[in-house]
Write a protein that binds this ligand. Structure first.
Ligand code: DOR
Ligand code: ZN
Length: 405
């Protein structure tokens, strides 16, 4: 048994509390405590972050990222749990590839992790959720909705409808033409299409506009946005580094999405961390889509709070609570029975983001020189992982096996 003292985010407020932890799980949260050794944590203490949408490329493309570097990057950015997508080189749509992926990444992760399966005619009980691809993106997966085995778990939808993408196909040589080749209409059509299947627990990933957020909500879906669609747009000078699916939109659409972050229509901010090497990001036409972001997701969102755009409880809901609820994991809250994942932040201490300081293997960020607020201290299930912004822990992350929950 161990105990911690500090200003914890409990029931919607930061309050001075004692938190008792046993076997990595919060036993009690109290106003007073004596008779045990108590570790003080400085700053504001949030629950550890949960990023329900990352691509760590392991196995298959470990020249871009592997589970060690991806999870280290997550940890430095205050994310203690990730859910990894199934578009590996060999798709994770059957038991064999799922098992191979699990053995490839075992003992490599600095954070706890769940794994998605690509929805298919095989049902993998251990997966955290199922991924539906309605349009082709990196990896070229496309889901046959007529022939899937569904589970009572989150179904994360890549919402760009393939037929619409084909109708709009053109030479995409820059961010504007990339947006034209994959317009918002393809998102609208994909959301309306998946609705016809009457599935439970549908979650629409990386929405790019207030319009598609509202449409998704009106149909009963949960909603996700990314820091890049909130903060970047297609008139910025990003070149192929800003090439991502769905694309960055025009400035007015981006700014409207950012303003709607205050509203409860958006459930989750996920990074869609999708690293590609900087060499691949030279020529726009040939560049693969996707950009890194797991380490900057919480820092950028906390900076939005510092600038007055969202409240701290909205930030906690978007980064920690809602993704935990949607993935049905024991995380995201500082309360009895939850995992003791904590991050401590000095909210008044922003820094300038610099790609070279980040820990992803790909070594670049589209958020160069943006303001970020990084955690000083990170605990994973009661174990100190980061102290004074330096790694002190080992790769002790565990697989969140949905079969056992
Ligand atoms: O831009 C993207 N990159 N969109 C996706 O859907 C996949 C991702 C990747 O894996 O690179
Ligand atoms: Zn993705």
């Amino acid at each position: 048994m161990e105990a911690f003292h500090g200003r914890f985010y409990v029931s919607g407020e930061f309050r001075e509390k004692y938190v008792v932890v046993e076997d990595g799980i919060i036993k009690s949260v109290t106003n007073e405590l004596s008779g045990v050794h108590i570790t003080s944590i400085p700053g504001l203490i949030f629950p550890g972050g949960v990023d329900m949408h990352v691509h760590f490329r392991d196995p298959g493309e470990t020249e871009k990222e592997d589970f060690k570097t991806g999870s280290l990057s997550a940890l430095y950015g205050g994310t203690t749990t990730v859910c990894d997508m199934p578009n590996n080189k060999v798709p994770i749509d059957n038991r064999e590839s799922f098992g191979h992926k699990l053995s490839s990444i075992r003992n490599k992760s600095f954070v706890d992790f769940g794994l998605y399966q690509a929805a298919s005619n095989v049902s993998i009980q251990e997966c955290i959720g199922q991924k539906i691809f309605l349009g082709k993106s990196t990896g070229g997966l496309l889901t046959d909705l007529e022939n899937c085995e569904w589970q009572d778990k989150v179904k994360v939808v890549h919402a760009e409808l393939q037929e619409c993408l084909e109708n709009n196909s053109r030479e995409n040589k820059d961010l504007i033409t990339h947006d034209m080749a994959r317009p918002i209409e393809c998102e609208m059509e994909a959301i309306e299409h998946v609705f016809k299947y009457n599935l439970s627990k549908v979650h629409i990933a990386h929405l790019t506009s207030t319009r598609t957020v509202e449409l998704s909500k009106s149909l009963g879906f949960t909603t996700e946005v990314t820091p890049h669609h909130l903060l970047l747009n297609n008139s910025m000078d990003l070149g192929a580094r800003g090439k991502v699916n769905p694309p960055l939109r025009k400035r007015s659409v981006q700014e409207e999405l950012l303003r709607s972050l205050k509203s409860k229509s958006i459930d989750v901010i996920a990074s869609d961390h999708a690293p590609h090497t900087i060499l691949e990001k030279k020529d726009f036409r040939d560049a693969p889509s996707g950009l890194p972001g797991v380490e900057t997701r919480i820092p950028l969102t906390l900076s939005l709070h510092r600038k007055g755009l969202i409240s701290l409880d909205r930030a906690v809901s978007l980064l920690m609570e809602r993704p935990s609820e949607i993935c049905r994991i024991n995380k995201g809250y500082i309360a009895e029975g939850y995992d003791a994942d904590f991050i401590s932040v000095d909210i008044k201490n922003p820094v300038e983001i610099n790609g070279e300081d980040l820990h992803s293997k790909c070594d670049w960020t589209p958020f160069e020189r943006f303001e970020g607020i990084f955690p000083d201290v990170v605990y994973l299930r009661g174990e100190l992982m980061i102290q004074e912004r330096e790694l002190v822990g080992s790769p002790a992350g565990v697989f969140l096996d949905a079969k056992k929950q």
